[in-house]
Write a protein that binds this ligand. Structure first.
Ligand SMILES: [Zn+2]
Length: 475
């Protein structure tokens, strides 16, 4: 569907492509940026015009790793280790109806859009899923206008990384929501969903295969993922080396590092983006750089669960493209890419005595925009080049937090928040205007979603009791 031409006049343009913000007119046609020209020179005939004089214009953020089922779980757990969180998460997300899945995704769309994030990789869901579940989440993205890669989370083996050190209780199997479906069924389901939904909403919504974590998958599954991604030309997304024990298990199992094993299977290519990616060595980093695979750094989730600090300064120096993500809202507990961007930079500094090696503000903007676009394999996404998808965010520079305007680029990274986002355009369509959601009515969603966690905890009472037992058995 074609949306009307838009001309944003005389905005202060900031992107990772230029260290020097400049005032420009930006023209949007047919969902794409058609021109970025000197102020006052854009043709405004037959166009909706937006006054950019008090606005900072930037590409929308790309949240390159999140989980829509956890959007409703903010504030539901603290002081949880990774395995303890994982077990609690099963009780909190298992058994959802398609309506509940859709509602949780819708809530995330609202938070992302109001905060200036225009595209996401949704690693969806946790346990087994149906075609109806995928249709529900796709429907949320279709309705709200957010750009999304629905990365179907699959596995066919045990989650050995979250196993209690003393072994499972004898009645474990009966209650385990992480029992895998047969491999052939899983692969067939992924292909069916790709055929049905990939490139939905004029290509704004895409589907890709996304192993939960390669060590929870057989080599057969991983090889099928390579095949599917090749045939359908999709990205591949996965969790990778989030905890130290995942690295240890991989070396024991494969006799090499997990990264080397992925390379051997043909997965380590520029199709691949990997959440967390903390516990890797210099050789692994060199392989990432050589193959063009993209780690997605999730600093807030990593700190909250105490899993470690990903060496992204080292990766960036080695030439690796690093993207950023919030991770799920149960380990963050928000979907705020401003926070992620700021923390990603600052976290690298205390352990690096040479300040010339510190990532800079423009690196953070690149990670939060262009690198995420590459992870989604969406040409031009995160840039302001003519032909790039028109996913744009305008901040209101009249807000006290932008005054005085000393260095827009540095302030965007170190002082701004989503609170000053005034206008959001996705795929050339105005979604937020004057800080208001104008593309859809968000109030019914907000009132409906309020009771979801309470209702679900009530329904999953037995599963919660079971998860509480598991939490006691893991470190
Ligand atoms: Zn995750």
């Amino acid at each position: 569907m074609t949306s009307p031409k838009i001309v944003i006049k005389d905005a202060l343009v900031v992107s990772a492509q230029s260290a020097e913000p400049r005032r420009s007119d930006v023209v949007v046609e047919n969902g794409r940026i058609s021109a970025v020209v000197a102020t006052g020179t854009a043709d405004t005939k037959m166009a909706k015009t937006i006054d950019g004089r008090d606005r900072l214009l930037m590409p929308g953020f790309v949240n390159a790793h999140t989980h829509s089922p956890t959007n409703v779980l903010k504030g539901t757990g603290d002081l949880l280790s990774h395995p303890a969180f994982m077990w609690r998460n099963q009780a909190d997300t298992a058994g959802r109806t398609p309506d509940e899945i859709r509602l949780s995704a819708l809530l995330g769309c609202i938070e992302h859009l109001l905060g200036g994030t225009t595209a996401i990789i949704d690693h969806f869901p946790e346990q087994g899923f149906t075609e109806g579940d995928v249709a529900a989440v796709v429907d949320a993205y279709r309705m709200t206008g957010l750009r999304a890669m629905v990365a179907l989370r699959i596995f066919d083996e045990a989650y050995t990384d979250i196993e209690p050190p003393g072994g499972y209780p004898p009645d474990f199997a009966a209650g385990n929501p992480l029992s895998p479906a047969p491999l052939a069924d899983t692969i067939a389901l992924v292909e069916t969903c790709i055929v049905r939904h990939d490139h939905s909403a004029d290509g704004r919504i895409r589907i890709c295969p996304a192993p939960s974590n390669p060590m929870r998958c057989s080599d057969d599954l991983l090889s099928e993922v390579v095949r599917i991604a090749g045939i359908h030309d999709t990205p591949v997304h996965m969790h990778l080396l989030e905890t130290a024990i995942q690295g240890t298990i991989a070396r024991k199992r494969y006799g090499r590092s997990m990264v080397q094993h992925l390379d051997k299977l043909g997965l380590l290519t520029d199709r691949l983006s990997t959440a967390h990616t903390i516990w890797l060595d210099d050789d692994d980093i060199a392989l990432f750089a050589e193959r063009g695979s993209i780690p997605v750094h999730n600093p807030e989730s990593n700190l909250k669960l105490g899993t470690g600090i990903s060496p992204i300064a080292k990766m960036l120096r080695a030439g690796v493209t690093v993207a950023l993500g919030t991770d799920g809202a149960s380990t963050n507990d928000n979907l705020d890419m401003h926070e992620v961007m700021r923390l990603a930079l600052m976290l690298q500094r205390p352990s690096e005595p040479n300040r010339n090696h510190w990532p800079k503000a423009i690196d953070a903007i690149r990670m939060a925009t262009i690198a995420g676009g590459k992870a989604m394999r969406c040409a031009g996404l995160g840039t302001l080049e003519p032909g790039a998808p028109a996913d744009l965010v305008l901040h209101d520079l009249r807000a006290p937090s932008w005054i005085p305007l000393n260095d827009p680029l540095t302030q965007l990274v170190f002082s701004a928040s989503g609170a000053t986002v005034d206008t959001v355009i996705v795929d050339g369509k105005v979604i937020v205007e004057g800080k208001r959601m104008v593309a859809f009515d968000m109030e019914p969603i907000l009132s409906e979603v309020r009771g979801l966690v309470r209702h679900q905890r009530d329904r999953n009472r037995d599963l919660h009791a079971w998860a509480a037992r598991m939490e006691k058995l893991v470190p």
